[in-house]
Design a binder for this molecule. Structure first.
Ligand code: SF4
Length: 320
């Protein structure tokens, strides 16, 4: 999938056909019941990838396919029906909820859109079920979002996402706005729901610590591309891409002695503009291991082991 945006008109000296390559050819699969973590710094295109998958922004190239149905080819009406199966949980639960609506109506809204559980009694019953499923009291359905804590509001967001019994949920930084003590509760809830309901998640986060617990596999994204994909254990034990190694060096270790001894890899500079990515490897301006070839030769994802792909010219044992 690619999502390119035209560069906004203005005083910038650019070619008229210049584009922002927000998502620049990412490819991945998510199996039934699987969680794929998608991780990378802010601005790397991970949220746009999630939005493009649901066609909440239109991909400019490539395709998205769910159980053989090509989502990218669906007409508006068919797409609306498909959105029963594909839903989203957002970062800031308060921003994504209308403050004037009761939480009962927030959760019931997708049921109304898709004509499910028709009749006020049936709908109230379903809303009660959903609130209970996410650990909220069904008797609080008449309350408003501001009467709930951040963690509880995220639970409301999850109940809403579950309303139409989806198969795949795109969870975009679902714990980033929450206190650390609450984050674990939401992760555990998402894990329990996945196991109980057979859900698949695309779990988007800016750090590996957040995706580590829940993800079966992890894809690392940099400047609109996936630079490494592996199962969780392999990615944490044998990262092949220098960017993954830098992200991993920021994950706190449970052992305080090991934590004090380990070296943090600080990347120089900031992420280049996706409107003007570097030549060759797009990570080369920040890569501690860059060498001559990296400026002219764009590395492609190559197999490093069973299901382990990385886009780097270095052999595995030299990527540090
Ligand atoms: Fe670094 Fe070169 Fe590998 Fe890119 S290809 S990640 S610049 S070593």
């Amino acid at each position: 999938m690619r999502v390119h945006f035209p560069v906004a008109a203005g005083g910038v000296r650019r070619r008229p056909d210049a584009v922002v390559r927000a998502v620049d050819g990412v490819s991945f699969t998510v199996a039934a019941g699987e969680t794929l973590g998608l991780v990378g710094e802010s601005g790397c295109g991970k949220s746009t990838t999630g939005l493009g998958l649901l066609r909440l922004v239109e991909p400019t190239g490539g395709r998205v396919s769910v159980r053989g149905t090509e989502v990218t080819a669906l007409r508006r009406r068919e797409l609306r029906a498909m959105r029963r199966q594909l839903t989203m949980i957002f970062q800031d639960p308060y921003a994504s909820l209308d403050p004037r609506m009761t939480i009962g109506s927030v959760v019931a809204e997708p049921l109304a859109v898709h004509g499910l559980h028709r009749g006020s009694r049936a709908r109230r019953h379903r809303v009660g079920e959903l609130l209970e499923l996410v650990g909220l009291d069904p008797d609080h359905a008449h309350r408003h979002p501001h009467e709930f804590s951040g963690g509880q509001r995220q639970r409301v967001g999850i109940a809403r996402a579950l309303a139409c019994e989806p198969e795949l949920i795109v969870a975009d930084e679902p714990i980033a706005a929450l206190d650390v003590s609450i984050q674990a509760q939401i992760i555990n809830l998402l894990e329990d729901l996945r196991d109980e309901l057979g859900l698949s998640y695309l779990f988007i986060a800016h750090d590996l610590a957040a995706v580590g617990h829940l993800s079966d596999r992890i894809a690392v994204m940099y400047l609109g591309r996936i630079v490494e994909v592996a199962d969780r254990a392999t990615l944490f034990a044998r990262p092949a891409h220098p960017y993954t190694r830098a992200l991993l060096s920021a994950v706190p270790l449970p052992d305080p002695v090991a934590e004090r001894a380990r070296e943090r890899i600080i990347l120089r500079g900031s992420v280049p503009s996706p409107a003007d990515p570097p030549s060759g490897c797009n990570f080369r301006t920040r890569c501690p291991a860059a060498f001559d070839r990296c400026a002219v030769d764009d590395p492609v994802l190559t197999l490093r082991g069973d299901g382990h792909l990385a886009a780097c010219h270095l052999p595995d044992d030299a990527a540090g």
